[in-house]
Structures are given as structure tokens and as C-alpha cells.
Unconditional design. Structure first.
Length: 147
């Protein structure tokens, strides 16, 4: 059995795998890079949390077939709930709430929509959104220098 045949014909499974992989990579880069042992100690819970988020958006896209605009607004609500539960300082500090919100929306959009556009082969139709979704990379680097 090869991996390609496992996901052949199923955009939903490919979306789940790609999004989950991106969650692991992005969360490590943005949150856990200097706390690797703590990340490993929380790993069962962290993996379940990432998987829950990925499956939630999979359900919205592939089962409920919601439009991307509706999912985007749901994404913002879900993002604020999780980021506040995680006590993200970007949302708790009044100085950082607006730039932090823009940065977090970029990251969450990257994790949610880029896998969708990849599996749907529609990255070219979303060029402006893709650029916004990628802004978290230089913005996060600059933010890390400021803090």
C-alpha cells in the first residue's frame, strides 16, 4: 500500500492530513520552538486539540459545504475562543490586540484555507488571500524581534 492510494479520490482526507501537518509545524514555529519538552509533555492533548480544530473546519467545508466567507467568519469566532483560552498575550494586552488579531487571523486563515485551496487546486483564484495568509511569516519574525 502506498500513501498516495490512501488519499486518492478523497479531498477531505487530504485536507485533514495537510491541515493537521501544518498545524503541527506552525504551532511549533510560533509557540513551542523554545519549549520543546513542554510541548512533548502536552502532546496527547495538543494533538487532540489540533485534530479537533482541523475536523471542525473539515466538517464545515466538506460536510456542510459552507461558503468560504461563512467559514471565515466562523474561523474568527473559533480563533478568539481558542486564543483567549490559551491566554495569548497578543489578545490580552491592549497594545497588541489589533496587530495581534490581524496576525492571528493570518495564521488561522493559512492553516484553514491554504489546505482547502491546495486540495481544490484553486490557489491561483485566491492570490490576494494567499498573500494575506502568508503575511504571518514576515510579521511574526518582525514581532519576535520587537518583543
Amino acid at each position: 500500500m502506498n500513501i498516495q492510494s490512501l488519499f486518492k479520490g478523497s479531498k477531505g482526507k487530504t485536507y485533514i492530513a495537510l491541515s493537521f501537518f501544518l498545524w503541527l509545524v506552525v504551532e511549533y514555529i510560533t509557540v513551542w520552538h523554545d519549549k520543546f519538552n513542554e510541548w512533548l509533555s502536552l502532546m496527547p492533548y495538543v494533538l487532540i486539540q489540533y485534530l479537533f480544530i482541523v475536523l471542525f473546519f473539515y466538517y464545515l467545508f466538506f460536510k456542510m459545504k459552507l461558503a468560504e466567507k461563512k467559514v471565515f467568519f466562523i474561523l474568527i469566532i473559533v480563533m478568539y475562543v481558542f486564543e483567549l483560552l490559551w491566554k495569548n498575550f497578543l489578545l490580552l494586552d491592549p497594545v497588541w490586540i489589533i496587530p495581534g488579531s490581524l496576525l492571528l487571523i493570518s495564521i488561522w486563515s493559512f492553516l484553514t484555507f491554504i489546505p482547502l485551496w491546495i486540495v481544490n487546486k484553486s490557489l491561483n483564484q485566491h492570490k490576494v488571500q494567499v498573500i494575506y495568509c502568508l503575511l504571518w511569516i514576515p510579521a511574526g519574525f518582525i514581532l519576535s524581534l520587537l518583543i
